[in-house]
Write a new protein. Structure first.
Ligand SMILES: *Cc1c(COP(=O)(O)O)cnc(C)c1O
Length: 226
């Protein structure tokens, strides 16, 4: 990907995000995370030069490789994938800005134990399986609020900042919308507990997600395409 294409992709995305957020409110600010999981460190550097500052990876090893390769750039790294227990220590050592994919109380408690041992804290989101799809990680919507409270109560080294969800994997926009609204409703109920981010929306559905109240989108293909 050359600089011109990177700038073009980013400009187009920003224009659409800007229009979508203004349809919600002038005060509705949306943060864009560039998902670099199918791309190279060079492509991340090119998009950084075009102005993108936050990037997300879904494998601990890839996050490590890219963050080491791009060490000199002050990139804000997010972890957005399934976290295996044997990778927790590696992830903590990479000091990500936000781990978006805490998908169970058990994982949170395991992570908290290892954070305590290292004397570190970590910002995180609770992932919700709003579309109730077997293929997806995340807590079921019915227990999301209870799980969020339990993590706050039992995991002092995890700083919960909100929720993350992946839209329903279907063609029908109404069903995708319903899954986003389920997540948004939970997010609203968690605001008194300090929830700040409602992370939802990817390349195919970020405008709909923003219309449903998302304030953080995770965009891969649309940003990195040639
Ligand atoms: C891959 C991925 C994305 C980005 O998907 P695109 O369709 O490439 O925009 C967003 N969120 C998560 C959790 C992902 O794994």
């Amino acid at each position: 990907m050359n600089k011109q294409i990177a700038t073009q992709n980013l400009d187009k995305l920003i224009t659409k995000v800007e229009a979508a957020r203004l349809r919600v409110s002038e005060h509705h600010i949306v943060k864009i995370i560039g998902v670099s999981k199918y791309s190279t460190s060079e492509d991340v550097a090119t998009l950084y030069e075009a102005g993108q500052r936050a990037f997300g990876e879904n494998k601990v090893q890839d996050l490590k490789d890219k963050s080491v390769a791009l060490d000199e750039l002050p990139i804000e790294w997010h972890f957005i994938g399934r976290l295996q227990k044997n990778k927790i220590n590696n992830l903590i050592d990479l000091r990500p800005s936000l781990v978006q994919s805490i998908d169970s109380l058990e994982l949170a408690q395991e992570l908290n134990k290892k954070l305590e041992a290292k004397g570190k804290k970590l910002n995180a989101l609770l992932q919700i399986n709003s579309a109730k799809e077997d293929s997806k990680a995340g807590v079921m919507p019915e227990i999301a609020i209870e799980t969020y409270q339990q993590i706050i109560q039992t995991c002092p080294n995890i700083k919960l900042k909100g929720v993350m969800s992946i839209g329903a994997h279907v063609e029908d926009r109404d069903i995708i919308k319903e899954s986003f609204l389920t997540t948004k409703k939970i997010f609203d109920e968690l605001k008194p507990l300090g929830a700040k981010y409602c992370s939802m929306g990817m390349s195919s559905d970020y405008e709909l997600a923003i219309a449903c109240g998302s304030n953080m989108i995770r965009v891969g293909f649309t940003l990195f395409k040639n």
